[in-house]
Structures are given as C-alpha cells and as structure tokens.
Design a protein around this ligand. Structure first.
Ligand SMILES: Cc1ncc(Cc2c([C@H](C)O)sc(CCOP(=O)(O)OP(=O)(O)O)c2C)c(N)n1
Ligand SMILES: [Mg+2]
Length: 541
C-alpha cells in the first residue's frame, strides 16, 4: 500500500462514492494511481468550481463524503468559492490537492502556480475547511488522514489534504479506524432533560428542523421524535424537503415574511421553539416579521446546544436526538403529512411561461412519473423550487452562490440518478457548460434554463440598473454541439411538450430553455423582495 492508495481506501471506507477532479502536473502522479487502482470512480470536469459543486452535491445526496481532487495553485485556488459554499452549508467535502515535492519546495525558485508563498494555498484553505494536513511524512500520514476524515464527518464541513507529488507512491500503512468523539453522557442527559422540560412548560412549542438533520443522517430519528412529541414541525428554508413523507406533524417551510403567514406566526410567537440543526442565517431568519425571542429558544447546532442562556458544548446532534427519544414514550401517534397545495395541472395553452408555470409543469411530471431529485442554482429558480413538491433537493440556500446548479446536478447523476436541474441564464453562463461532460459518462439530466436574459433577482432589488440586462445567448442551439438535445420554448404548450419529450428521451442531456419575460418573478421571490424592502424601511415609514 502507498500513501495514495491508503487515502483512497480510507475515503471509500468512510463514505466516499466517487472522486470529481481536474489534474495538473502537480497532481498527475496521484491521479494516475486513482485511475489505475479504480478504488473510487473518477469523473473529470471542465472547470474547478464545477468539481467543488459536484463533490458537495454528491456528499449531500448520498450522505457520505464528497471528494474534489485538484492540482496545486491554479486548480485548488480556482475552487475556493465552491469549498467556501460547502463550508457555509455544512457539506463534508474532502479537498485533495497535489503539491510541489520536497526538492522543488527547497529549490529557492518561485514555482509555477505559486501565489505569495508555497504555504499560501494551505493558509487560504484553513479559512474554508475544518481541518487540514500536508502529507509530507508517510510515517505519520495514516493517523493524520484518520484525524482529518473524522473531523470532516464529525463537523460535516470540508477538509483539506495536500499531497506532495514526490510522495504519492511512498510505502504507507493503512489508515486506522477513525477516532471516536468523546462525549459526556451526563451532559447529554442533563441537556435532554432540560430541553424536554422547556417544551413541556411551553404553551406553543414548535420544532424547526434544518440542514444538519440531513447532514448527520438523523432524519428518521427526528421524524420519530416529532411524532412522539406531537408538536408542530416546520423546516427551515435550507431544510426544505426534510420529513417530506414521514409520519410527522409537518406543516411546511418557515420563510418569515416571504412564506406562509400561519407558519410564520406559529414560529415567531412560539414560547418553546426547538431548532434542530438549523443555521441561524439571514436566509433562514432575516425575513422574520417579528424578532424571535432567543431566550425561549432551544438551538442544537454545530455540536452544541443552547437552552435559553444555558450552553451545553460537545453535544453531537445524533446523541441528543437519541437521548430525547429515550425520554419520550411512543404513544403510536399517527399524522397525515400536511397537504400543502402545490400548483399542478398546467394548462397547455399559448400563455407566456412564468416561473410558477415551470413549477407546475414539474409537479405534473412528478405526479405522473414519480419524484426525482432536484438541483437548483441561485436566482429565481431557487424560489421557484419552493413551489415544487417535496423531493430530495440540493441548492445553495444559504451561501447563495451562482454556478452550483448544473455541476450539482451532475454530482447527483454520478450517484446513479436522473435529476431535474433548475438554473437561471446568468448562472448557466457560469457553469452550465459542464453539461458537455455528460456524454462521456452517459448522464442525461433534464435541465430547465429560466431564461429572462437578465440578472432578474438583482433587478428586483435595483430595477433602475441596466447592468442587470443580459443578452439572449440561445442556449438551446448550443446543446447539440455538447452532446445533448436543446429545446427553446416560449409558451406553456411548448413547455409541457418539451418536458414530456425530455422525459421520454434517455442517454442524452435534455436542455429546455424556457423564455420568461423580464420582470416576471415567482410568487415566493416577489414576497421575499417585498418583505426585505418592508423590513429595510425606517420604522417611521
Ligand atoms: C458566483 C456569484 N456571483 C454573483 C452573485 C450575485 C447574484 C445573486 C445573489 C443575490 O447574490 S442573484 C444574481 C443574478 C442571477 O441571475 P440568473 O442566474 O439569470 O437568475 P435570475 O434571473 O432568476 O435572477 C447574481 C449575479 C452570486 N450569488 N454568485
Ligand atoms: Mg436570469
């Protein structure tokens, strides 16, 4: 076994299913071992942001580790935004970067791909990962790899592993089992008792579940807890899709001023709000109509629990849920999932296409053929997805970077699925071209480009600026050259026909370019914009 195969076996043993990457001369040696050993399948992409987004989405979708393999400098630094997004959204991505060998590093020359110093890249990645290691000693490498992978899983955040190119084939012991987290059972018991006591004394307890519930694979346990507690459950914006079909009193998604007023009132007036795995972010709470009373809130996040002003450090979410379940008897409560009405029954007429028509057409498709995973980019396509039936979905709901959608959809293709990808024209201009890699891997996602020839979400906030006007690129015309089929549609009739045809066509990606008039937004984005404007107005107004 050598340094690289030890790493690859450890990645596979701890949940990695594939590797996404782009090599370079500093990475060729370890890419050669990846390809020749076949320990994990390798999918190369065209631009490193896509590599990072695909690894992030694959990790979210299959619940294991995502792996993004790049070269030193130009490759790794090109992927910083995607890894920052994975950090912010708590996605366990393992970044592997090639690096100069020891003899090069001490040559005294400035090396190609080097920024300020040879350590610059390592320092940059310290800001967007929870642990880092340079494998410059095969004797200590196994333990270091175990530590870093354990942190990636424990914190559900990216980690960074640098492999000097002169050591990739150095003899190396296998990586040991990952070190277990040490927790204090008494602290967990005390925390669980206080949480349940708070919920018991509350008049209007509410359970709000967020992204960590999915990241730590505790969705079933949380559904069980919700059923036993019998208190209303809502998801955060990023937690959308959680408990979708579970036996739980799920009411929907909390979106503050931009969401369902009943849910907003229930959450914001709760005197016992239990937040499980929820990121306290502006996209989850800034559009809160009423300031949430954090003194009466219980927040379990990032391995700690706050109960009002009491703080319990080092309480892993899964251990807390187990302790709460152990203290909550099962009375066999049964619930019908909230029958939230999603728009269905698109009238196939000559009416213009709106984001809502796209959500309706997708709902009709899923009603007829069954649910499929969704990948959404930033822009109105993300708000449009709020009107699509609950299904597995990956989207940059908090960090809100553009460029995520198409590569993320390909990450889901690498997991053996056929996703529907929703992406705006602006975001497609950034990373939509990764579709050109589908043919090599036999992937055939259905991509719906919401083409309003505009950075419409920005225009919604600043309509007077002309720089939000984009040109019309005619993406559908480019699909054939990239190995797919493109359809440009302007009416609801054409949209429905194109989706039906796309569904029936396998083996080639299907790109539906839906032309949407500028200024036509989804209802959710319109409410979001109105809400943000209202909240930002001076109180006197
Ligand atoms: C990488 C990147 N660059 C810039 C932005 C800022 C930004 C938005 C957020 C607010 O930061 S929304 C938006 C326009 C999106 O245009 P498009 O994809 O066509 O979607 P739509 O027309 O539906 O808005 C931009 C440029 C971003 N989120 N991510
Ligand atoms: Mg647009």
């Amino acid at each position: 076994m050598n340094l690289t195969t030890a790493l690859l076996h450890a990645l596979k043993a701890n949940g990695a299913k594939q590797i996404f990457g782009i090599p370079g001369d500093f990475a060729l040696p370890y890419f050669k071992i990846i390809e020749e050993t076949g320990i994990l399948p390798l999918y190369t992409f065209s631009h490193e942001p896509g590599v990072g987004f695909a690894a992030d989405a694959a990790a979210r979708y299959h619940g294991g580790l995502g792996v993004a393999a790049v070269t030193y400098g130009a490759g790794a630094l090109n992927m910083v935004n995607a890894v920052a997004s994975a950090y912010a959204e708590k996605s366990p991505v393992v970044v592997i970067s090639g690096a100069p060998g020891a003899h090069e590093a001490s040559s005294g020359l400035f090396l190609h791909h080097q920024a300020k110093t040879l350590d610059s890249q390592y320092r940059i990645y310290q800001e967007i990962t929870c642990d880092q290691v340079r494998l410059d000693d095969p004797g200590t490498a196994p333990k270091q790899i175990a530590r870093v992978l354990a942190n990636c899983k424990r914190h559900s955040r990216p980690v960074y592993i640098e492999i000097p190119r002169d050591l990739v084939a150095a003899p190396c012991e296998p990586v040991p089992a990952l070190p277990e987290a040490t927790v204090d059972p008494e602290a967990i018991a005390a925390c669980a008792d206080e949480v349940l006591a708070r919920l018991k004394q509350a008049k209007q307890p509410v359970l709000l579940v967020g992204v960590e519930v999915r990241r730590y694979g505790v969705e079933q346990a949380v559904a069980k807890l919700a059923a036993r507690l019998g208190i209303p459950v809502v998801t955060s914006f990023m937690g959308r899709g959680l408990l979708a079909d579970a036996n739980a009193p799920l009411l929907g998604t909390y979106m503050g001023i931009a969401g369902d007023p009943e849910i907003t009132q229930l959450v914001e007036e709760s005197d016992g709000l239990l937040l499980l795995g929820v990121i306290l972010s502006d996209t989850n709470f800034a559009v809160s109509q009423k300031r949430i009373d954090w003194r009466r809130t219980i927040h379990a996040f990032d391995g700690a629990v706050r109960v009002g002003h009491h703080h319990y450090p080092n309480i892993p979410l899964d251990r807390l849920i187990d302790a709460l379940l152990a203290r909550t008897p099962d009375h066999g409560n049964r619930f019908q999932p909230a029958k939230r009405q999603y728009p269905t029954g698109l009238s196939a007429d000559d009416g213009e296409i709106t984001p809502q028509a796209i959500a309706t057409a997708v709902n009709d498709l899923m009603t007829t053929h069954g649910k499929v995973p969704l990948a959404a980019d930033t822009g109105d396509c993300l708000f449009t997805a709020m009107d699509i039936v609950h299904t597995a979905m990956v989207a940059p709901g908090y960090y809100a970077t553009m460029g995520f959608g198409v590569p993320a959809g390909l990450g889901i293709c690498a997991c053996g699925e056929r996703p529907i990808i929703l992406v705006g024209d602006g975001a497609f201009q950034m990373t939509g071209w990764e579709l050109g890699n589908c043919r090599r891997y036999g992937w055939d996602p259905i991509v719906i480009v919401l083409n309003n020839a505009s950075w419409e979400m920005l225009r919604a906030f600043q309509p007077e600026s002309h720089f939000n006007d984009l040109d019309d690129w005619n993406f559908a015309a480019m699909a054939a050259g990239m190995g797919g089929d493109g359809m440009r549609v302007r009416s609801r009739r054409e949209l429905k026909a194109a989706l039906d045809r796309a569904w029936r066509t396998r083996g080639r990606f299907q790109l539906i370019e839906a032309m949407i008039p500028r200024g036509v937004m989804s209802p959710t984005l319109a409410r979001f914009v109105a809400g943000v404007k209202r909240l930002s107005m001076p109180k006197s107004a």
